[in-house]
Design a protein around this ligand. Structure first.
Ligand code: GLY
Length: 336
């Protein structure tokens, strides 16, 4: 019934030949792209340009998050809030349909860490490069060293933070309906606080890829690295099963091996939403009462093009773009 309704909807858009094919006798919805938070809407648009032209999911997830790396955002790209010593340090990872993966961490002064992560995957025998070594590698690949220093908005936030110098991660809430519930941070330039951008996609050929890029937690200790560049924690792709990417407090996502755990649960037959829920429940069990002070969320796609998400706190939205070209925000279900 649902498939028929979808077919009718797509026929009216002249897209009926695009969206479904068969895998394991199930209809597969493809292409498809998901990304975290409301910044995902713009990121999905760039990814969709690749996917709608039968492009590879890997190119889509790279080009999608590059958009967010350039937007003003507290937690992604060189304009982001710095660590407690006043330096912006960036983490990113990428994984393709062949289980190739690459990541960078503690990378400074490079505009697109996701592109460097892809170069690590494609042009080195390694999976992860960090700090000075990652920067040196980026320069050897032709990336430009950007000027040192903070964006005007980050400079302002940092000066404000220095008044107390307290490390207090803020729970990110972007679901506008729920904003009152957790008093989200509004940056001095009027932007809402954002978080890691993570993106997963299924392309027209039925292949999966994922990406993830972040400055991590604002005002973190120098050298702190979260889940995003850790393959299996922040991101995991298994082309036979699905793809998953996480956002929120990295330390806790690492503790449950978040994204890899979701893939393994999907392998056992759980839907993307049920798999994400189980992993967030594990995290809640570990954190107990402290869970109310953190946010953690995972989004997932399976090989059939089914997708879902779960988060700890109310207020996590993710952006979904499917073959009907309807790029929309979906509110994830939550535990507490
Ligand atoms: N999830 C991003 C971080 O904790 O660094």
């Amino acid at each position: 019934m649902l498939a028929r309704r979808k077919f009718l909807q797509l026929s009216s858009l002249g897209l009926s030949s695009l969206p479904f094919s068969s895998f394991n006798n199930k209809q597969v919805q493809k292409p498809l792209v998901l990304s975290t938070w409301d910044a995902g809407i713009n990121a999905n648009k760039a990814a969709w340009k690749v996917l709608r032209n039968n492009g590879r999911a890997l190119d889509a997830v790279e080009q999608g998050v590059m958009v967010t790396e350039l937007e003003r955002n507290c937690c992604v790209g060189l304009g982001a809030n710095p660590d407690r010593d006043g330096h912006v340090t960036l983490d990113a990872s990428i994984m393709d349909e062949f289980s190739n993966c690459g990541s960078v961490a503690f990378l400074e002064r490079i505009k697109h860490p996701i592109q460097v992560a892809r170069k690590v995957m494609e042009n080195t025998p390694h999976v992860m490069l960090v700090g000075e070594g990652a920067q040196q590698f980026a320069l050897s690949q032709g990336f430009i060293l950007e000027k040192d220093g903070l964006s005007p908005e980050a400079e302002k936030e940092y000066k404000k933070w220095l008044e107390k110098s307290e490390y207090k991660p803020v729970i990110n809430i972007e679901n506008k309906k729920n904003q009152q519930a957790f008093a989200p941070t509004r940056l001095s330039n009027g932007d809402w606080n954002h978080d890691t951008i993570g993106m997963i996609a299924l392309d027209a050929a039925g292949n999966l890829s994922g990406s993830c890029t972040t400055s991590g937690m604002g005002f973190k200790m120098r050298g702190r690295v979260g889940d995003s560049p850790i393959i299996g924690a922040g991101l995991f792709v298994d082309n036979e099963v699905g793809a998953a990417v996480a956002t929120g407090q990295g330390e806790d996502i690492i503790r449950v091996g978040g994204s890899h755990a979701v893939i393994e649960l999907m392998r056992q037959g759980l839907s993307p939403e049920a798999a994400c829920k189980k992993v967030i429940e594990r995290l809640l069990k570990i954190k107990g009462d402290q869970a109310k002070n953190i946010q953690a969320a995972i989004i997932a796609i399976n090989k059939n093009g089914e997708y879902g998400s779960y988060c700890l706190q109310k207020g996590f939205d993710y952006a979904v773009c499917t073959s009907d070209q309807n790029n929309r925000l979906v509110s994830a279900k939550f535990l507490i």
